[in-house]
Ligand binder design. Structure first.
Ligand SMILES: *Cc1c(COP(=O)(O)O)cnc(C)c1O
Length: 392
């Protein structure tokens, strides 16, 4: 009854697409051989580089985040190459699975679903690899399933401490445009992202940034195929080579608009907004947890993403809460992903085009759901969240 009105998809991707981005995309196809779309594309690469914190190269693909997993791997690996994958959830496991299916030998270190990558254990594994069989370390910056955020710069220090030449590859699909990430300063050789999370666009575009070491590895990569080769895309000798075919024109207008919005606000302020809104969410959750079963999936706030918060209730309650907020308030919360029992977990997406009234609204609908479903919970959650916003 109270769900009519503007709905809110508060899941960790796809995220809310701003009206500006939707309007920018709503137009007829342009000439794809010359003019506006060619000029626009040339502005995208510098913006994408700046956002990633790199002076190196970037390739854009028509694909989702899974496509960027494959694109990044086939450009640097040959069949039988070994990769090391520290895992903190469903997405780390997924990237490892793609590497394995492509024919790589995969060594996994599983840190469980509630804590970040421990660089010391990665360092031990690298030290044990005396003949340098490991060609790449695949690390997810923010694992969206668990909301665990790992320290990518610390992994670079681990590689350097043992003088290991493996590439450091970072999955920033859920963190780019939400949590601070600085590819060059933090020492990532390859970085990947997709359009539909912090970048506020519909799904359909993904990105691979790579530095000179990765470009060097490309020369020996036996897995590469024509479509996924990043060489021509990053250094096109003709416009179609950016895309290896027809340019995804409407998606590019949308991306340009989204990047303009991020540049207008400024990346530092974008990161600060996500950090403050995350603290508002956490303040409410902390209060609810004082008087009932609600718990953070990640106990340590330092290891939590600023874009998404994974939470647990008693079995069945999380599914009931999601159903209730969707049917009664127009808010769709994220499912429990990669955790068992799945119906005890849910996630709040607070990524991208999100402001204080949206987050406070989501929290208030959760409060209403906890009341309606008679799920025990502590008091003062909304006041605590409002307090964070008031003090910002
Ligand atoms: C969403 C996500 C992916 C997968 O993206 P799809 O677009 O669903 O293929 C990969 N890694 C992370 C960290 C993600 O959040």
């Amino acid at each position: 009854m109270l769900a009519h009105g503007r709905s809110y998809l508060a899941i960790p991707g796809p995220s809310v697409v701003p009206d500006r981005v939707l309007r920018a995309m709503h137009r007829a196809s342009p000439d794809i051989y010359e003019g506006e779309i060619v000029d626009l594309t040339e502005t995208l690469i510098p913006s994408l580089r700046a956002l990633a914190g790199t002076r190196h190269q970037a390739a854009i693909y028509i694909g989702n985040g899974h496509a960027s997993w494959e694109a990044s791997l086939v450009n640097v690996l040959s069949r039988g190459d070994k990769v090391l994958v520290p895992i903190c959830g469903h997405f780390g496991r997924g990237w490892a699975g793609v590497a394995s299916d492509l024919g790589a030998e995969v060594e996994v270190i599983d840190f469980g679903p509630t804590s970040p990558i421990d660089p010391a254990r990665v360092e031990d594994a690298l030290r044990a690899d005396r003949d340098h069989r490991i060609k790449a370390v695949l690390a997810v910056h923010v694992d969206t399933s668990t909301s665990v955020r790992s320290d990518i710069a610390a992994l670079r220090r681990a590689l350097d401490a043992v003088g290991h030449p493996a590439l450091l590859m970072a999955d920033c699909v859920a963190s780019l445009g939400c949590d601070r990430f600085e590819m060059d300063a933090w020492g990532a050789d390859v970085m990947i992202a997709a359009s539909q999370k912090g970048l506020m666009c519909p799904p359909g575009l993904c990105f691979v940034w790579f530095n000179d070491r990765a470009a060097q590895a490309r020369k020996a990569a036996g897995l590469v195929t024509p479509y996924w080769d990043w060489t021509g895309r990053a250094n096109p000798d003709a416009f179609w080579r950016y895309w290896f075919g027809t340019a995804p024109a409407q998606a590019l207008y949308g991306l340009r608009e989204a990047l303009d919005m991020i540049e207008e606000e400024g990346p530092e302020r974008v990161w600060a907004r996500h950090a403050t809104l995350a603290r508002a969410v956490w303040a409410a959750c902390e209060a609810w947890g004082q008087g009932g079963p609600l718990r953070f999936n990640v106990p340590d706030p330092q290891a939590r993403s600023h874009a998404i918060t994974a939470l647990s209730l008693d079995p069945g309650q999380a599914d009931a809460l999601r159903r209730w907020t969707k049917d009664n308030t127009g808010v769709t919360l994220g499912i429990g992903l990669g955790r068992e029992p799945a119906d005890a977990f849910f996630r709040i997406g607070h990524m991208g085009h999100v402001n204080a009234h949206m987050v406070l609204g989501v929290l208030a609908t959760i409060e209403a759901g906890l009341q309606a479903l008679k799920i025990p919970h502590g008091t003062g959650a909304l006041a605590a969240a409002a307090g964070v916003v008031a003090a910002a």
